[in-house]
Unconditional design. Structure first.
Length: 192
């Protein structure tokens, strides 16, 4: 990789600050005023802190006195916590044919319900072949039947629409139907 090709997202600290003058903010948030960079660096060194440029686009740029390594550690902890709390919603797909048997339909519906209870969105695709394209109302009826069967745990994000030889509908889980990630639903205790 060539030198100098990557843009750093880290703020400039101490000797890397290029501005001639800075608006300096103290460690506890008080305004120290506008001063030249060398004076601000002397103040930072005397208080055993780093001078960190927090708003480089301001006129003059704003720099704060802080312990930079402690600041970076706290930011990493916050980012890790945010990643842990974030929920990833996957889009699962279930494919059916318009002339599906009742038992097969019930099995596929069970899979769709399981995906929804896990918190995933589900895209249901009805695939048409040959002369089945003349009877797309069968696919629409099948998607409407599925929507009414799972109405208590899902809502329709995108209603049935024709896409070439396929008919597609997207369902998303209702907040009340999603199970916590701790495991399966709590089962009643059995007595011997």
């Amino acid at each position: 990789m060539k030198e100098g090709c990557c843009i750093s997202v880290e703020p400039r600290i101490n000797d890397r600050i290029r501005a001639a003058q800075l608006r300096v903010v103290g460690a506890d948030g008080e305004q120290l005023g506008v001063m030249d960079t060398q004076s601000a660096l002397r103040i930072a060194n005397s208080s055993d802190l780093d001078l960190v440029e927090v708003a480089p686009l301001a006129r003059p740029p704003v720099a704060k006195l802080m312990d930079y390594s402690k600041y970076k550690y706290e930011q990493a902890i916050k980012a890790k916590e945010a990643r842990r709390k974030q929920s990833l919603v996957a889009l699962k797909e279930m494919k059916m044919r318009p002339k599906i048997d009742d038992h097969d339909y019930e099995t596929k519906k069970g899979h769709v319900e399981r995906f929804l209870k896990q918190g995933h969105k589900v895209k249901v695709t009805i695939m048409f072949r040959g002369r089945e394209m003349a009877h797309t109302e069968l696919g629409r009826r099948l998607l409407e039947r599925l929507a009414t069967d799972i109405v208590d745990i899902a809502q329709v994000d995108s209603p049935a629409r024709q896409d070439g030889r396929n008919m597609i509908a997207v369902f998303s889980p209702r907040k009340t139907a999603v199970q916590p990630k701790g495991g399966a639903a709590s089962a009643p205790a059995r007595t011997p």
